[in-house]
Design a binder for this molecule. Structure first.
Ligand code: ATR
Length: 275
């Protein structure tokens, strides 16, 4: 039976993951199948079990199943445990987990960090501002803090969520949270992890947000720059959208499943051309 992988989501029709993983498989000569599966909202565990019965070896997991995937794992990476969510499931027998046990990881944060490094963003000693305090932000904080920034500030529309998140990660570095009115300025890196861009909204931010040479990253991407990236570029920051993070998180999942690290550049460029 061919090794099968998939991405679970609901909806899942527009996922780029099948295209990305097909390109990785071709490039590395790995023989596998990768499909998109729309799991029922009330039975993610059942969808996973059915997939494993049909030769499933691992899966990516996207909205709204990352917490349900977390709940069914036998073993978790430290960053997944911190995130409370899983975007990569691995069936045992790969060295990370015993046969038929399920190992869960979250590769979004590593993907973000790799993409920032590819853009030569210096993270060690940096002053970082993260906008948003939902699942997307929780998923990247451990890898970001592991780069030893000088400080991380989380700002969110609902201040209490930012404060709670800062408390949860406070043992990993200097991190504080609050509302948008508390952000201050002079940041080397500002990461937009809110879904405000989807609505074409911009969080209320001061004009003097960026230090000289700063980078603005938006986890979202599209054919045109997001409202946040346009606003940031007008204030002198270098804009980086989320397409690179998407491809890097996929590459890390692929590496964990197959032990081979794909070259992300041609895949990213092809996706960019097709946006
Ligand atoms: P995700 O999994 O994408 O993180 P989420 O957990 O629903 O989704 O979190 C969405 C984030 O975007 C939250 O930080 C949310 O702010 P609240 O916690 O105050 O709800 C933020 N967000 C969504 N729409 C926004 C908007 N129009 N302006 C500012 N922040 C917004």
């Amino acid at each position: 039976m061919i090794d099968r992988y998939c991405v679970f989501g609901h909806p899942i029709g527009h996922s780029k993951s099948p295209t990305i993983h097909a390109a990785f498989a071709e490039q590395t000569g790995e023989h596998l199948e990768y499909t998109a599966i729309e799991a029922p909202l009330d039975d993610f565990a059942g969808a996973w079990r059915a997939f494993v019965a049909e030769g499933g070896r691992g899966a990516n997991v996207t909205v709204p199943f990352k917490e349900a995937a977390f709940a069914l794992c036998d073993t978790l990476s430290e960053r997944a445990r911190r995130a409370g969510a899983v975007n990569t499931l691995i069936l045992g027998g790969n060295g990370l987990s015993d046969d038929f046990k399920v190992y869960g990881d979250t590769t979004d944060g590593v993907g973000l960090v790799r993409d920032l490094k590819r853009h030569e963003v210096r993270l060690a000693g940096a002053r970082i501002l993260v906008l948003g305090a939902g699942g997307a932000v929780r998923g990247v904080l451990e890898p970001l803090l592991a780069e030893a920034p000088s400080s991380v500030r989380i700002a969110n529309r609902t201040a209490a969520k930012a404060e709670a998140l800062a408390d949860d990660f406070g043992d990993l570095g200097t991190i504080a949270g609050g509302g948008f009115e508390t952000v201050g300025g002079g940041f080397d890196l500002v990461i937009n992890g809110t879904s405000a861009s989807l609505a074409g909204d911009l969080p209320p931010l001061p004009d003097a947000l960026f230090a000289p040479g700063a980078t603005a990253h938006d986890m979202m991407y599209g054919a045109a720059p997001t409202v946040f990236l346009r606003w940031a570029a007008e204030r002198g920051a270098r804009p980086v959208d989320g397409l690179g993070m998407l491809v890097e998180q996929a590459a890390e999942s692929f590496f964990q499943w197959r032990g081979k690290r794909p070259d992300t550049a041609p895949v990213r460029e092809a996706l960019r051309r097709a946006l």
